[in-house]
Design a protein around this ligand. Structure first.
Ligand SMILES: Nc1ncnc2c1ncn2[C@@H]1O[C@H](COP(=O)(O)OP(=O)(O)O)[C@@H](O)[C@H]1O
Ligand SMILES: C[C@@](O)(CCOP(=O)(O)O)CC(=O)O
Ligand SMILES: [Mg+2]
Length: 387
């Protein structure tokens, strides 16, 4: 028996970083997914290991269950119904288990993802042998929420084989969890995200869990109903960066300049609230689609300016901003910044020809451009047959 889950990546339309400090942010799921398959061996397989295969990275990690038990069983492991943070002692034991896998230096950024896997696996499934296979359509460490998509998809497959959720194993095709199940799943995913981000706001795992478009503030989610078809160009600068370090950098700046940074975070809060009001305003009210788009463009520019003042822009991001501005298009970084991805609003009346020209120019700088569907379903699982 095997179960597969898919969890979407996301774009943050406004409010990244500030959301860690209590401001409102707006995010939407995108139709690029991380897939996780969980399979338990049969007694005939005579396999007593836990395996993690990162298929697109051509890596496989494997631990004898006895070794995991020896490392973790004397610690206070949580109950699968009670999402719990990884303690410092448990983190030390997990770090040792990860270290012995000798991850190649060039891929050492994966260590936090593998640690999150071990914490979620042992917390929810205990010490059972299994094979877990991960593939992803998301670029890792680029601002599109691959860390959250991994944590959400892991939580989804691990909970599927627990008595905490009710799954129809005869169903063919993708299935959604019930709302109260999603709440538990999201809490576990947040614990995984904590291991990868250090101090996450929870917006990424929440939008990956619930999908669509959400407004998020201090751990609380408001599901939005978008009345405006939004098209975004996503440009991946391909400059690598790490969310944990960028989030910590903003917190340090906030400690050095608490008053000034409070104003910055408050300004972002206002921008996100205004943005979500525009997106949700009824069709046919006193503003045309074009007028709404113009307002959104201005808010994106303002948010980008504030992100710059938080210290999370990058010369590659500035190059994207300058390039798109030549065509009167507004852009902002999305996710943690420091490189990674940039969003450019593509107004509904913009000609395809202009989009092609902008994309060509950005790609000639070595960037990668693509569009993605915005606002689809959140996490789903697949229980029967092949998908
Ligand atoms: N498919 C995956 N396999 C293994 N680790 C992953 C995967 N997706 C994400 N991760 C972990 O998440 C990290 C990237 O997360 P982060 O820096 O938050 O950027 P983002 O969430 O924007 O992609 C990776 O370095 C890795 O540790
Ligand atoms: C910077 C932040 O707001 C979003 C980070 O997103 P990503 O990991 O870069 O996809 C951090 C957070 O909210 O946890
Ligand atoms: Mg992340």
């Amino acid at each position: 028996m095997e179960v597969k889950a898919r969890a979407p990546g996301k774009i943050i339309l406004s409010g990244e970083h500030a959301v860690v400090h209590g401001s409102t942010a707006v995010a939407a799921s995108i139709n690029l997914y991380t897939y996780v398959t969980l399979r338990f061996p049969t007694p005939a397989d005579n396999d007593d290991t836990l395996k993690l295969q990162l298929k697109d990275l051509h890596l496989e990690f494997s631990w004898p269950i006895g070794k995991i038990k020896a490392a973790l069983s004397q610690l206070d492991l949580p109950n699968s119904s009670t999402p719990t943070s990884c303690s410092i002692e448990a983190m030390k034991s997990i770090a040792a288990l990860v270290e012995e896998q000798n991850i190649p230096e060039a891929k050492i950024f994966l260590a936090s993802g593998v640690s999150a896997f071990l914490w979620l696996y042992t917390s929810i499934q205990g010490f059972k042998p299994a094979t877990v296979i991960v593939t992803s359509e998301l670029p890792l460490g680029s601002g599109l929420g691959s860390s959250a998509a991994l944590s959400v998809a892991l939580a989804a497959v691990l909970l599927a084989f627990s008595d905490l959720v009710n799954i129809d194993f005869n169903h063919q095709g993708w299935l959604m969890y019930a709302d109260e199940e999603l709440e538990l799943l999201n809490k576990w995913a947040f614990e995984g995200e904590k291991i990868i981000h250090g101090r996450p706001s929870g917006i990424d795992n929440t939008v990956s869990t619930y999908g669509n478009m959400i407004q998020f503030r201090s751990g609380n989610l408001i599901r939005m109903k978008s009345n405006l078809p939004l098209k975004m160009l996503i440009t991946n600068t391909k400059v690598g960066r790490n969310t944990k370090a960028l989030v910590a950098g903003v917190s340090e700046r906030a400690l050095r300049h608490p008053d000034a940074m409070n104003f910055v975070f408050n300004a972002v809060d206002s921008i996100s609230k205004e943005l979500s009001a525009i997106i949700q305003s009824p069709i046919g009210d006193d503003l045309s689609v074009t007028q709404k788009e113009e307002k959104i463009e201005e808010l994106m520019e303002m948010n980008q300016g504030l992100l710059q003042s938080m210290g999370v822009s990058h010369s590659s991001i500035e190059t994207v901003l300058r390039t798109t501005l030549k065509y009167k298009l507004a852009s902002k970084l999305t996710g943690a910044g420091g490189g990674g991805c940039v969003l450019t609003l593509l107004p509904n009346l913009l000609s395809g020809k202009v989009v092609d020209i902008v994309m060509n120019e950005l790609e000639s700088c070595g960037f990668q451009c693509f569009t993605a569907g915005i606002g689809g379903n959140g996490v789903e699982i697949y229980v029967g047959g092949s998908s």
